[in-house]
Design a protein around this ligand. Structure first.
Ligand code: ADP
Ligand code: ASP
Ligand code: MG
Length: 426
């Protein structure tokens, strides 16, 4: 017997028919004698719909009321799953964020998970009742509903798994694992059987949306066993214990697998893209100490996250151009702040471009392989793709390119790093 958390994403619960399939998967785990907690997302498309209502009602919406609206999608699916399991003769009940409770802190619409006081829920589970928790939602210190940022149900699932000391956390989605890149873009993407926490964290943070970034850092911190697998399995398929998904493992476990020859380490493990960045160029900034501090300090204080930065070599007149990226959603705010300070900062023009994409290659193998960045630049250059900015970390290289070239760049790099799956015919 094990205690498990099962999380089902939006596509998996889109409609009562799909919820019935989910109920069957859950029922099988409970019937095997496991204690089961299920975390559900809203139906696919529902959160977008609710966000749009908020925008229509008031473009400058209050995030606390936004949370009241958008948290409702998960409430519907958790109730429906409980009803469906009950119709199959199983004991099941929903536990809303404020009922568990799932305590959160920091800002509305982007709350962080704090303590989860799960004792009553655990008792119910021990009594054979399946616990169903709406993902994405929690409750603030002053008793108001909060949500955890888009994709937050993954984090709910991992947080619940840590709180109830689950043996594992199974993330069921519409793909059967983590791939070398988004399988919707590259048909020859390969499923990764084991991936280290650090790599998954980096991939998620540069745009692989299969897991929310915070869910990975939380799993790493509390050592939760996470696997990603498909909910689109036929009724007679094997149970999660033998389904071939992707296991997220610690560096130590990864080391063992490498030693035993069960996995092979390549220079690049995966490729991700992100179309949500925007580029800002400030021309003819005075080339003197403190100039960049004056630009970036107010942005930082306003909570605007600057990602890539380039400062050109100064021109003869003691001037330079500064280029950087911010999330598209923050562009208007950043632009307004900089324009307000134009005189003090002394730049000539502010140029923005939202039609850019960040492409990143990630892999622990980069620590020991040289030439990873050079391979990237050459492969892109061979296809005439211009690189507008670059940033690197120990296990990642990112470039900023024209958004229209996103798919081409991802495909070209996937081939350049030898990640394409073999042809079936070969
Ligand atoms: P859910 O609704 O189950 O949370 P998401 O849409 O959030 O599902 O995440 C699953 C999607 O993530 C997949 O359909 C796939 O298109 C996308 N994705 C992006 N990068 C990857 C990757 N490297 N591996 C697998 N899926 C990826
Ligand atoms: N429903 C929320 C979203 O679409 C949370 C989630 O599905 O993880 O962002
Ligand atoms: Mg998701």
């Amino acid at each position: 017997m094990a205690r498990i958390v099962m999380k089902f994403g939006g596509t998996s619960v889109a409609g009562t028919e799909r919820i019935r399939r989910v109920a069957n998967i859950v029922r099988a785990q409970a019937a095997a004698g496991n204690e089961v907690a299920v975390v559900v997302s809203a139906m696919a498309g529902e959160t977008d719909r609710l966000v749009n209502f908020c925008r229509e009602a008031n473009p400058l919406y209050d995030p606390a009321e936004y949370d009241v609206v958008v948290a409702s999608g998960e409430q519907v699916t958790s109730g429906l799953l409980a009803l469906t399991l009950q119709s199959m003769g199983r004991k099941a009940r929903s536990w809303l964020g404020w009922q568990v409770p799932v305590r959160t802190f920091a800002s509305h619409a982007n709350a962080r998970v704090g303590a989860i006081e799960a004792e009553p829920m655990i008792e119910a589970m021990q009594g054979g009742e399946i616990a169903i928790i709406p993902g994405f939602q929690g409750v603030s210190d002053n008793g108001r509903i909060t949500t955890m940022g888009r994709g937050g149900s993954d984090t709910s699932a991992v947080a619940v798994a840590a709180a109830i000391e689950a043996d594992r956390c199974d993330i069921y989605t519409d793909v059967d694992g983590v791939y070398t890149t988004d399988p919707r873009i590259v048909a020859r993407a390969r499923k990764i059987k084991h991936i280290a926490f650090e790599e998954m964290l980096e991939l998620a943070s540069v745009g692989a949306k299969v897991l929310q970034t915070r869910s990975v850092s939380m799993a790493m911190k509390y050592n939760v066993r996470v696997q990603v697998l498909s909910s689109f399995v036929d009724e007679n398929s094997p149970s999660a214990d033998s389904l071939p998904g992707t296991m997220i493992v610690s560096e130590t476990e990864m080391g063992k697998l490498l030693e035993e020859g069960k996995v092979e380490r390549q220079s690049v493990t995966g490729i991700a893209h992100d179309k949500n960045e925007a580029r800002v160029v400030l021309t003819r900034v005075p080339d003197k100490p403190g100039a960049v501090a004056d630009i970036f300090t107010p942005l930082g204080e306003a909570g605007i996250n600057v990602d890539m930065i380039i400062q050109n070599v100064g021109r003869d007149k003691g001037e330079t151009d500064v280029t950087f990226t911010v999330p598209q959603a923050e562009l208007a705010r950043a632009q307004a702040m900089l324009e307000d300070r134009q005189e003090a900062l002394g730049f000539n023009r502010l140029i923005t471009d939202s039609k850019v994409a960040k492409i990143s290659v990630v892999g622990m193998g980069m620590k020991s392989h040289a030439g990873v960045a050079a391979t990237m630049f050459k492969a892109l250059a061979d296809r005439g793709i211009n690189v507008q900015a670059i940033s690197t970390s120990e296990i990642k290289v990112s470039v900023l390119i024209d958004e229209d070239e996103t798919e081409l760049a991802v495909r070209v790099l996937h081939t350049a790093y030898g990640l394409d799956a073999e042809d079936d015919a070969a």
